[in-house]
Design a binder for this molecule. Structure first.
Ligand code: ATP
Ligand code: MG
Length: 259
C-alpha cells in the first residue's frame, strides 16, 4: 500500500470553465513537494480538489492516497485519512473559539464508529498540554486560543493558526496553499520551523508558493511548475531558483515549442 499521494490526469471544472486540464502529480511519502506557477494556473484549484471542496467538479482523472480512491470520499473522510488542507483564504467563524475549534477537530478525528464520543475524546488536560506546547513552539500568546476563529486575525496570525491546527491534528499529507503570504520574515521562519518539526518519514507535504524565499526554510525535495491547468515541469530545488531568476517565460516558451 502506497502512502504517496497520487494524482493522475485530473480534470476539474468550476461552473462551465475547465481549470485543471489533466494534472499528473505524485507527492511521495517522506518528501516535501513544492508547486509554483503563475497566477491563475490552477494551484489553489488543485488544493481544493484534493480536499474535496464542493464547488470543484472533477470530470476526469484519479486521486489515490493510502490505497483509497480519494474522489469517492467525502471531506471528513479525507481528513480522517490524514489529508490536511491549509487554505489560502481561511474563513472566520465568530462565536467559535480557537480552543473549541481545535478540540472538536481533534475529537472528530479520534471518533470511531459505534463508540461513545466520550470514550474516544482527548482529555481536557491532555488537550491543554498539547495546545500549550505547540503554541509555545509557534510563539503564539496564550490568549490567542480564547479568541474567535480567524475573527480579526492578522494575516500572519491566520497562517500560524493553520500550522497550529496541523501540529495538533498531525496529518500524514498536508497541502499548504500560500502559507507564506502575509508573513513577516520572523513569522515566516517560525511557521517554517513549525512545518519542519512536524515532518517525519511517514509524512508528505505539498506546499504551494510564489516565492523561492519560503523554500529556503521549508526545503523541497521536488519542485513542480503548474501552467494553464497542467504540471508542465518537475525538478529539484534548483528549478525554484531558476524561476526566481528568470521568471516563467522561458518555461512557457519551452512548453509551447514542445507541445
Ligand atoms: N469560482 C470560480 N468561478 C470561476 N472561475 C474561477 C473560480 N475560482 C477560480 N476560478 C478561475 O480558475 C483559475 C485558476 O484559479 P486558481 O485560484 O486555482 O489559481 P492559482 O494558481 O491558485 O492562482 P494564484 O497564484 O493567483 O493563487 C483562474 O482563472 C480563476 O479565475
Ligand atoms: Mg492560489
Amino acid at each position: 500500500m502506497s502512502n504517496d499521494l497520487i494524482i493522475k490526469q485530473l480534470r476539474v471544472r468550476i461552473g462551465e470553465k475547465e481549470i485543471l486540464k489533466g494534472v499528473d502529480l505524485t507527492v511521495q511519502q517522506g518528501t516535501i513537494h513544492a508547486i509554483m506557477g503563475p497566477n491563475g494556473s490552477g494551484k489553489s484549484t488543485l488544493a481544493y480538489s484534493i480536499a474535496g471542496h464542493p464547488g470543484y467538479e472533477v470530470t476526469d482523472g484519479e486521486i489515490w492516497y493510502k490505497g483509497q480512491n480519494v474522489l469517492e470520499l467525502d471531506v471528513d473522510e479525507r481528513s480522517k485519512l490524514g489529508l490536511f488542507l491549509a487554505f489560502q483564504y481561511p474563513v472566520s467563524i465568530p462565536g467559535l473559539t480557537v480552543n473549541n475549534f481545535l478540540r472538536s477537530a481533534i475529537n472528530a478525528h479520534r471518533a470511531e464508529e459505534g463508540k461513545d464520543p466520550k470514550e474516544t475524546a482527548m482529555s481536557v488536560a491532555e488537550f491543554r498540554k498539547l495546545l500549550r506546547e505547540h503554541m509555545r513552539q509557534l510563539e503564539m500568546s496564550e490568549d490567542f486560543a480564547r479568541r474567535y476563529l480567524n475573527d480579526g486575525f492578522s494575516g500572519g496570525e491566520k497562517k500560524r493558526l493553520e500550522i497550529l491546527q496541523m501540529a495538533m491534528l498531525k496529518p500524514s499529507m498536508a497541502v499548504m496553499d500560500e502559507t507564506d503570504s502575509g508573513l513577516d520574515i520572523d513569522a515566516l521562519k517560525i511557521v517554517a520551523n513549525g512545518v519542519n518539526a512536524l515532518m517525519n518519514p511517514g509524512m508528505g507535504v505539498l506546499v504551494i508558493t510564489h516565492y523561492q524565499r519560503l523554500l529556503n526554510y521549508i526545503k523541497p525535495d521536488v519542485v513542480s511548475i503548474m501552467m494553464e491547468g497542467r504540471v508542465v515541469r518537475s525538478g529539484g530545488p534548483e528549478l525554484a531558483l531558476a524561476l526566481e531568476e528568470k521568471g516563467y517565460d522561458w518555461i512557457r516558451e519551452e512548453v509551447t515549442t514542445h507541445a
